[in-house]
Ligand binder design. Structure first.
Ligand code: DP6
Length: 337
């Protein structure tokens, strides 16, 4: 009747940007990501058959409108599969700034999928959970297996993410802006597909890029993987900027970070930039270079160094109580992280 799950965000090395089906949330191309070991989301789902409707609380605030609708839509998928009509109370805590391009929807929907499946008594394996999480938010499919995750394009049954072997990497996250972004990634993605003349080229080139990235992973080739990641991210932003009306997520500070990453490379420290649908820039590098990269980016903005993170998992009662205590203290006293 109640279950709690924790999931971590992921950053794509080959991006998902465009859908082949909006109903089932199927991607136009496959994508590849690294799940982070920072900024987890913890979500509890409790069945509430006495209620008329679901209640969604995020970071201590009851949410309505689009965020609540998206939660209810995912619960509807779970209810249909479980043969239940019971409403649920969903309580979620993010440790990542929401909607700032730091993939809170990925950790959020991965945690929700796992907690909801358990609370409604659905016995799903990792593929089933990835498929379910995808319905909430595409990138969430990749936070289910964790580690380096390859999310396949395909139909509803086959479009799931699986773990693949890859060389050890670190990600240095430059938090340029914690504010909510003006255009959601979902809207921007749709607008790109509908109005950007570069969208068809983006789709064709990304499918090729993904194959090359998988090969680089197999070969343990950090240099090739890094170059692929930076090129792919800038191609995505080029396609976004060509929308009508235009959308530009990267700010002068973001560009400064990309420049610094290029200078680091010129000085012999291998780092490569990437950015999701927001102004934050992530430097991809070898773990032993992360401190040097962080030092160079820290002049411009706040940085967080992340390693490879785990897949989604259910928490037992002790861990759940611990999380609730930490969350309560955070809400009572301190500013959310
Ligand atoms: C730029 O997964 O948030 O982070 O499926 O519409 O919820 P929806 O989109 P979402 O988009 C993520 C886009 C991205 C790239 C990526 O993570 O691959």
């Amino acid at each position: 009747m109640t279950a709690t799950a924790r999931a971590h965000p992921n950053i794509a090395l080959v991006k998902y940007w465009g859908k082949s089906d909006t109903g089932f949330n199927l991607p136009a191309t496959g994508s590849l990501s690294m799940t982070l070991d920072v900024f987890p989301t913890t979500t509890t789902v409790t069945l509430a058959p006495e209620r008329d409707a679901d209640v969604f609380t995020l970071d201590g605030v009851v949410r309505t409108g689009i965020p609540a609708t998206r939660v209810t839509r995912l619960l509807d998928v779970v209810r249909a599969a479980a043969g239940s009509t019971a409403a649920a109370v969903v309580t979620s805590h993010n440790t990542v700034p929401s909607a700032a391009g730091l993939a809170s929807s990925a950790s959020g929907f991965a945690a929700l999928a796992a907690a909801a499946a358990a609370a409604y008594g659905l016995d799903l394996d990792e593929r089933g959970l990835s498929r379910l999480a995808r319905r909430g938010s595409g990138s969430a499919a990749r936070s289910v297996p964790g580690g380096f995750a390859l999310w396949h394009a395909g139909d509803d049954e086959h479009s799931v993410a699986e773990r693949i072997a890859a060389p050890e990497l670190a990600m240095v996250i430059g938090i340029v802006d914690r504010a909510e972004k003006p255009v959601s990634s979902r809207e921007a993605m749709n607008r790109t597909a509908l109005t950007s003349p570069y969208y068809p080229a983006w789709v064709t080139s990304t499918a090729e890029t993904l194959e090359a990235a998988c090969e680089a992973c197999r070969d343990g080739d950090v240099t090739r993987l890094g170059r692929i990641a930076e090129t792919n991210a800038l191609r995505m932003h080029a396609a976004i900027q060509a929308c009508d009306p235009p959308i530009r997520y990267l700010t002068p500070a973001s560009v400064e970070l990309f420049d610094r990453i290029a200078r680091l490379r010129a000085d012999g420290v291998e780092a490569y930039g990437t950015a999701d649908a927001g102004p934050n820039v992530v430097a991809v590098c070898r773990p032993h270079d992360a401190a040097a990269v962080a030092a160079v980016l820290a002049d411009v903005t706040e940085v967080v160094v992340a390693g490879v993170g785990p897949g989604v998992r259910l928490l037992d009662d002790t861990e759940r109580i611990d999380t609730e205590r930490i969350d309560t203290e955070r809400l009572d006293g301190a500013e959310p992280a």
